[in-house]
Design a protein around this ligand. Sequence first.
Ligand code: PLP
Length: 368
Amino acid sequence: MAFIPITRVVVDERARRLVDEVLDSGQLAQGPMVERLEQLLASAAGCTHAVAMSSGTSALVATLRSLDIGPGDEVITSPFTFAATINAIVEVGAVARFADIGDDYTINPEAVADLIGERTAAIMPVHLYGLMTDMALLEPLARRHSLVVIEDAAQAIGAECAGRRAGSFGVGCFSMYATKNVSTGEGGAVTTSDPDLAERLRVMRNQGMRQPYEYLFPGSNYRLTDLQAAIGIPQMEDLEEITKRRRANAEFLAEHLGSVEGLMAPSEPGGRVHVYHQFTVRVTDEAPLQRDQLADALRKKDVGSGVYYPRPAFDYPCYREHANVIDSDPVPHAFEVSRQVLSLPVHPRLTQSDLESIVGAVHSSWKR
Ligand SMILES: *Cc1c(COP(=O)(O)O)cnc(C)c1O
């Protein structure tokens, strides 16, 4: 039996044809394919504008810069995230601080409220594993304090909360990195329905230039290429189908793993649509084995898994010692779950027999 990997990227014939079209056109950098992809991204986020970027990280940086967030400003974010979230905040000279997460692995709006102060400039929720933060609570909180919300939606394309899509509550920052639900290898995008912000982002990604040699401010090069966009277009056209398959796989796994003692399967809180970028279980203290032992046991049975993330993102000397990182706010829940989480394969290419193998491998690892 073949190994079941945690992610699998398949580039189909349609993408190959579009890539060929780009190669034949001779225009390899940003061009019409990027525009086509942007329309699909905007509509998937329920926004009027999407601005493609070279990565999810540059989407975050360009957004912070476009909103004039920098030195003297604090950004409240989740401690349970990928380093890119902190890196973007630190790159613009702002200060990152962290509110604890809830059982849904996303930032707890009450913990955010406790940290809001004079210097707070933005709230940056992270829609982790494909589940949106409870924006029905976070959005009114931000509005009461006149704070901008920057959604780190890198893992949550197509996800919903209260009938609205990820990227439509605040400014949406998406990633199309190799492992994400929609992948162009490297890539990203910002979504917004504010035309002025969209224009500023477009100018920002293009060296601050609006027309040839008309510079409005010092920008950068955050552009995506038409070659990359060509790979993403068919996936965006299939997004609803991709999401449907991830959700069906998650449903099967949750159904068959839900009653394992000491193992907490993920669930979908009411009013939210989970897109299962990851299917992440918690191995609690009641389990007969620890998280890393489960990962080893699964590997021996040809089932891949991943730990996202083994520590809170700021819990490394390079961040704890950084002048732009506040590491002193208590985040006990983030520390607890980072010891317990394990993500199992849930990607749309899994077969029924793969799903059964994953369930069987977990069950047999349990009785040892
Ligand atoms: C992937 C990811 C990013 C960064 O995206 P890149 O495209 O890799 O730069 C940011 N935040 C989160 C939560 C991510 O998962």
